[in-house]
Design a protein around this ligand. Structure first.
Ligand SMILES: Cc1cc2nc3c(=O)[nH]c(=O)nc-3n(C[C@H](O)[C@H](O)[C@H](O)COP(=O)(O)OP(=O)(O)OC[C@H]3O[C@@H](n4cnc5c(N)ncnc54)[C@H](O)[C@@H]3O)c2cc1C
Length: 512
């Protein structure tokens, strides 16, 4: 079944800002923690649980009561109460999505998740779900002390079927771990291009990978979702069972339940040719021409993919080809441009091996990040006009704040939807109070992209959820018919609308 993201999708342009607070400031903002001491405190707290529950319930402080009830029911390994371990609180890719919840649920099984959801329902407490923690949107995978955080990291089991055709993965697993497991069987999964990204969030938003032109999004390759519904029941959603929920989870986001296992079909590709080159920013216009040429020509060879980004001080092009090769002809337009330097020399290896040079992991001190989506048809002049607009804006913000941004185009293949593009920017060295100024670059640039593409008949009303910013509405961009269908499914599987009312974040049907 084609994913919702793909059905609705088209030419996708996404923008991201990455803003890093100065290290010293973060160091002083972070609480120093001693894990052993915290566990002792938790144990002491646990001794007084009964009175705590009574107190909390009497005062109507539902988060406290929910945390206490959950810890009483599932124990302190699963339910971490105050004072929290800061590394667990802050295990997000971006500072913008870090908050201190009242307590942290760290379920080990779907059954734990079911019990915990019921406790939250009983106490009507808001919650957030964090798998890989890569969303920079504030509150998407974090919540403040009026709520509870589900940290899915303990559910990261990866197992392969005997025949190597299906990999079953817990939501807390990272794509690097999944591809390593698949690689050991000589197969590959369609997942995330950066190894630290979580399986949980990426798959529910779509999942754009090097092999997407050939095999679709990560969501297209899900064979079965195991999910916990609002009433705590555990169900499977696949082509035969609960197929409406199966369809909804493929790009519909977190509106329907907490996914506790993803059964992913592997794809019969093992070898990958790849190479990456760095260029100077004054080659940007040439590179944008080459990108559009590749999209309109070479990209029809579905084995080819390009990761394309232009920063304020350099540009990067990563080419991949899903077979053993030597300078694949598909990338012809790029070979005409002399690079400043070779970032990754032409390599024939496995798909998994590309995770090594692309691994950024989590910075010891997370930066402040944002990304933003917009879509259009492929057009070199449009790219160049928007790039020149962006360059002025991004340079001005850089001069004012020290922030850096990167302009990224992402190709969407005809095989997935209509052919398309995507965009990202990165910002470094910025203080929290500069967030809005930094974000203004992507906001005005996406508006400009939209305006010019509308004027030129190149616009496409689609926002890719995995690149959408906090104030955007990717679900609305799926179209009225799809939205109505999603709402019907949400009501069927969650009649009390627990997820719509209690889940933190805004990529929810109730927020449309
Ligand atoms: C460095 C970097 C590289 C990226 N590369 C790619 C890429 O190659 N391709 C691509 O498509 N995207 C990419 N993205 C975007 C990425 O897919 C999204 O940020 C995605 O949300 C990350 O998933 P996560 O599990 O790490 O995030 P989280 O922040 O943990 O979750 C994101 C959202 O999903 C929800 N969620 C998470 N797990 C569950 C669950 N088990 N059940 C229900 N809801 C859940 C959360 O509540 C939250 O709303 C990249 C992002 C970054 C920062």
């Amino acid at each position: 079944m084609r994913s919702l993201a793909a059905i609705s999708g088209a030419l996708c342009v996404s923008v991201a800002l990455v803003v890093a607070l100065p290290q010293e400031k973060l160091a002083t903002e972070r609480r120093r923690t001693d894990n052993a001491g915290l566990y002792l405190l938790s144990r002491r707290e646990n001794e007084g649980l009964a009175s705590k529950i009574t107190q909390a319930e009497a005062s109507g402080a539902n988060p406290e009561a929910a945390c206490a009830a959950a810890q009483a029911a599932l124990g302190e390994t699963i339910v971490q109460t105050q004072p929290l371990i800061q590394t667990d609180v802050e295990n997000n890719w971006s500072q913008t999505c870090i908050a201190e919840p009242r307590c942290i649920f760290q379920p080990a099984s779907a059954s734990d998740v079911g019990k915990l959801v019921q406790i939250l329902d009983d106490h009507q407490v808001k919650f957030a779900v964090r798998s890989g923690g890569h969303s920079p949107n504030p509150g998407w995978s974090s919540i403040g002390d009026a709520g509870v955080l589900f940290d899915m990291s303990a559910m990261s089991t990866i197992s392969l079927s005997e025949d190597g055709k299906v990999v079953s993965v817990g939501p807390g697993a990272r794509w690097g771990q999944v591809s390593t497991a698949a690689d050991s069987k000589g197969v590959t999964v369609v997942g995330g291009r950066e190894p630290a990204i979580g399986v949980g969030g990426l798959t529910l938003g779509g999942g754009n990978f090097y092999l997407t032109s050939e095999f679709g999004l990560a969501a297209d390759n899900v064979k079965n979702f195991e999910a916990v519904l609002a009433d705590g029941t555990i169900i499977n959603a696949n082509a035969d069972e609960n197929s409406d929920l199966f369809w909804s989870l493929k790009g519909g986001g977190p509106s329907f339940g907490i996914v506790t296992r993803y059964d992913l079909s592997t794809v019969p590709v093992y070898d990958l040719w790849y190479a990456a080159y760095l260029y100077t920013p004054d080659q940007a216009l040439e590179l944008l021409d080459a990108m559009a040429q590749w999209q309109k020509g070479g990209a029809s060879d579905l084995r080819s993919s390009v990761v394309f980004s232009i920063g304020l001080d350099s540009a990067l092009v990563l080419m991949t080809y899903s077979a053993q090769a030597e300078s694949p002809a598909a990338f012809g337009p790029f070979y005409q441009i002399k690079p400043l330097t070779i970032a990754i020399p032409p390599t024939n290896d496995t798909v998994r091996s590309l995770h090594d040079p692309t691994s950024s992991g989590f910075a010891p001190t997370p930066g402040r990040h944002d990304y933003r989506a917009v879509s259009s048809q492929v057009d070199a002049q449009l790219y160049k006009d928007v790039y020149e607009f962006w360059l002025v804006e991004a340079t001005a913000v850089h001069e004012a704040t020290g922030a850096n941004q990167t302009f990224v185009i992402q190709h969407v293949s005809r095989n997935v939807a209509q052919q398309g593009v995507g965009w990202t920017s990165l910002v470094d060295g910025l203080d929290e109070e500069d967030d809005e100024l930094a974000r203004s670059v992507s906001i005005t640039t996406t508006a400009r992209w939209r305006e010019l593409s509308q004027e030129r008949g190149l616009d496409i009303d689609f926002l890719y959820m995995n690149d959408a910013s906090r104030d955007q509405s990717p679900l609305a961009s799926y179209g009225e018919e799809n939205v109505q269908k999603l709402k019907d499914v949400a009501l069927k599987y969650d009649p009390t609308q627990l997820f719509q009312n209690l889940l933190n974040g805004r990529f929810l049907l109730s927020k449309l």
